[in-house]
Design a protein around this ligand. Structure first.
Ligand code: ATP
Length: 359
């Protein structure tokens, strides 16, 4: 296990005109489980392939601890990588597929058997060990492929590229918790690529959010949810994502339309100059209060989704849509005007998409 350090690493597929990955400096710390989260095309696979050596970065150097591996091929990096589309030996049994990476590296027979049985038990494959892989459905094949990536105990890192995409959604929950168990047991440095925030938040010690080839924020799941540093993180994490409304700083007060919603608190020591901002507040924290309570922002109810465990109340503030998550059985009427309250510390101010303060 090693710290994996990227120093000014970037990649362009078209001779430097556009960057699939903008030059970045970043360290993946040894033994930590990371989720690399971002929308399609943001550079996740490119970054993973640079770590594993399938791709040489256009600029920058990559280090495993103090060893510069930039020019070391994949075979010399001791990385286990699992691709979105399973690469299995179809005529081999599940057992032999799982044992393959260990046999290849001449692990002792007893250890091979122990590791294969341990991983297959955790991933629910133990009753399928004798089955040929081509006779498995696509979801099971993906799980075998995942198992192959996890079976070696001594690797510099395990890289998983969307490893559960075709697995049954109910089974995904179980597998993610098993994956955590395996990670606790082996202490691998693990990078798990996904565009699914639930997968990222439930699995990782640290979530790294990538957008447009750059890391926009990294932190523990709760930190990204409660304290997004960028509008993109607010939108992308949370379901539904953070509400954004145009607002105005007037003196030391933030105003939405005609309503004062609270006092300005700048994130850094400098005061925030007056002018337009956007305020971000998650549906979970919007409070719908009775008329007359101040401050309150008038909003017209446009719809209610009854989700079972909770309701999502859709509303319009002026021309802008907003969603509030309430207890099930929200008693609001369509087209009624309700008053919204945005709690201090849970409501953030953004300028040029970057967070600059809070209420
Ligand atoms: P997805 O979730 O869809 O797999 P991703 O986040 O993994 O996306 P990448 O596959 O790393 O994104 O792609 C990043 C950017 O680089 C995209 O704009 C993509 O079109 C471009 N790209 C990726 N591979 C190549 C290639 N071989 N040649 C040219 N452009 C490429």
């Amino acid at each position: 296990m090693a710290d994996i350090r990227l120093e000014g690493v970037g990649h362009s597929y078209d001779g430097g005109q556009t960057w699939a990955l903008k030059p970045m400096t970043w360290t993946w710390q040894s033994s930590r489980a990371y989720a690399l989260l971002g929308p399609s095309g943001c550079g996740k696979t490119t970054l993973l392939n640079i770590i594993s050596g399938l791709l040489t970065p256009t600029v920058g150097r990559i280090f495993f601890d103090d060893r510069d591996v930039t020019d070391v091929p994949t075979s010399g990096r001791n990385i286990a990588q699992v691709f979105q589309f399973p690469v299995l030996y179809e005529e081999m049994s599940v057992y032999d597929n799982l044992a393959f990476p260990l046999r290849n590296r001449k692990y002792p027979k007893k250890e091979i058997d122990e590791r294969v049985r341990q991983v297959s038990r955790l991933l629910g494959l133990d009753h399928l060990l004798g089955r040929r892989s081509r006779r498995l459905d696509a979801g099971r094949q993906q799980i075998v492929s995942l198992g192959r990536g996890l079976v070696r105990s001594q690797v510099a890192a395990v890289l998983l590229d969307e490893p559960l995409t075709v697995v049954d959604p109910a089974l995904k929950w179980t597998l993610r918790s098993k994956l955590k168990e395996i990670h606790r047991d082996t202490g691998h440095t693990l990078v798990y690529v996904t565009h699914d925030q639930t997968e990222a938040l439930t699995f990782a010690d640290e979530v790294v959010v990538l957008n447009d080839g750059a890391i926009v924020q990294a932190g523990e799941p709760a930190e990204l949810f409660l304290s997004p540093a960028h509008e993109f993180v607010g939108h992308f994490i949370g379901s539904p994502g953070m509400n954004m409304l145009p607002a105005e700083i007037v003196g030391d007060v933030v105003r939405v339309g005609q309503a004062d919603v609270g006092l300005v608190h700048a994130d850094d020591a400098d005061e925030l100059p007056p002018g337009p901002v956007r305020i971000g507040v998650r549906p979970e924290f919007v409070e719908i209060t009775g008329a007359g309570r101040s401050p309150g922002v008038p909003a017209t109810v446009t719809g209610i989704d009854r989700m079972g465990a909770y309701d999502l109340v859709h509303a319009r503030v002026g021309e802008h849509p907003l969603i509030a998550r309430t207890e099930a059985g929200a008693p609001y009427q369509l087209d009624s005007v309700e008053f919204l309250h945005f709690p201090a510390d849970r409501t953030f101010l953004f300028r040029d998409e970057v967070r600059c303060g809070s209420l």
